[in-house]
Design a protein around this ligand. Structure first.
Ligand SMILES: N[C@@H](CCC(=O)N[C@@H](CS)C(=O)NCC(=O)O)C(=O)O
Length: 217
């Protein structure tokens, strides 16, 4: 039986898992659901199998439910060149995975929740988060000056984890006036999303043009 991934096609954590499957050449079923409507999927049966209640999940042949998108992506990429055999390079994959989540995706998600009214909007706090993300993107921009991929000469899981996080960051809180300052990151991101095996997964790419603070109620 083929493993089944559950989540929304445009969610970046789902995109990261599908990217790993596509590049690793592993077949998965995709159970496409609307993650933004938890009332439709977060029921007792779902929580009995996945008590943390988050998506995406990958249900394996033996019934095991795998959660955490980075772990699922690593599971799918196992045994391929997406995970280098060299011990140091493997550590670098984990290093970039932590950067993707801790330093980019999570802060962007906290800022985005303020924009969407899920958390109270606090301008100094919001601006502080955006400043930090921009500082990190600027460091990444320097690292990428002479590089196509993050580790060695080939695409690895590190690129999948960073690329998918950039997709979230660029579609939510880092707008065109900030993106223009990081040309190497943008070139890297475009190479990633235009990879022939990833094109469908990242389409449509909705880069945010101008971030607007929520209107006062
Ligand atoms: N660290 C987790 C995060 C998963 C996560 O936060 N999923 C969100 C959507 S992006 C979710 O399921 N939210 C539903 C809810 O909180 O009810 C991963 O990478 O898979």
């Amino acid at each position: 039986m083929t493993p089944t991934l559950t989540g929304s096609a445009t969610n970046d954590r789902v995109r990261r898992v599908r990217s790993a499957a596509a590049l690793a050449g592993v077949e998965i079923n995709f159970n496409s659901i609307d993650m933004s409507k938890p009332e439709e999927w977060k029921n007792e049966d779902f929580l009995s199998k996945n008590p943390f209640g988050f998506l995406p999940i990958l249900e394996l042949e033996n019934g095991t439910i795998l959660r955490e998108s980075a772990a699922i992506a690593e599971y799918l990429a196992d045994g391929t060149s997406l995970i280098p055999s060299d011990k140091n390079q493997r550590a670098l994959v984990h290093q970039w995975g932590s950067t993707a989540d801790q330093e980019l995706q999570i802060p962007a998600s906290l800022a985005n929740r303020q924009l969407k009214g899920l958390y109270p909007y606090n301008k100094p706090n919001f601006d502080g988060i955006i400043k930090k993300i921009n500082e990190r993107l600027s460091i990444l921009d320097n690292i990428l000056i002479n590089k196509t991929w993050l580790i060695g000469e080939r695409i690895t899981l590190a690129d999948i984890l960073i690329g998918s996080s950039l997709s979230f960051v660029f579609s939510t809180v880092i707008d065109s006036k900030d993106r223009v300052k990081i040309p190497n990151v943008i070139r890297y991101y475009e190479t990633f999303v235009n990879h022939p095996k990833l094109l469908d997964i990242y389409n449509p790419i909705n880069l945010i043009d101008v971030v607007k603070p929520p209107s006062k109620k």
